[in-house]
Design a protein around this ligand. Sequence first.
Ligand SMILES: [Zn+2]
Length: 219
Amino acid sequence: MFNAIRTYPAPESLAEARAYDGEDVYVELRKIFFDKCYLCETNDPHDINVEHFVAHEGDVQIKYDWGNLYFACSRCNNIKSNVFNEIIDCCDPAHDAFRSIKLLPPLSPRGKTVIVTPTNEDPRTIKTSELLKKIFNSDHTINKRISSEFLRSKIFKQYNLLLDQIDSYFDPVATTDQKANSIARMRVLMQKSMPYSAFIRWCILEDNVLGPILAGDMD
Ligand SMILES: [Zn+2]
């Protein structure tokens, strides 16, 4: 996951309390969340929902509250449903969405799992870990199994882009310029605007050489 900064004032259409998913809401959420699902980090998702962080269950106040609206793909929205209300709030600066949960990519394009590890005991962290395990590793229905396989293959693809740069950096005949270029490219891959940035960042942090070089750039 990644932290995002919500912008104010709220989109005008919300004041009318007729639709929570007006075009202005989509446009603003898309910018705030870098055009990524805030849960699985898939970018430019083909099926996007305006998601209620706390399920509104008919409560008008919550339904049109700008602070309660998030950008999620329909798959994550469906899995989160009204069961996961108490999760890490990536728009709250008091919550460290990235560091609270360690995410490591699958080991192969068809890898069965990604590794989801909470890094603290906070109940929100634990609940979020449960949700992310369902999102990334779910196999309880055939549909979810196929879609999670597809999701993991995309994460692996992004991880491979990182491996290319890691390989270049540690090439025994790499010049100083080439090493600097690899580091610059890793910096691009770990930007919050890039897909699956939390996975990329954790892989870098796991490395004894690259972690210390790049940890300071993980906002
Ligand atoms: Zn998603």
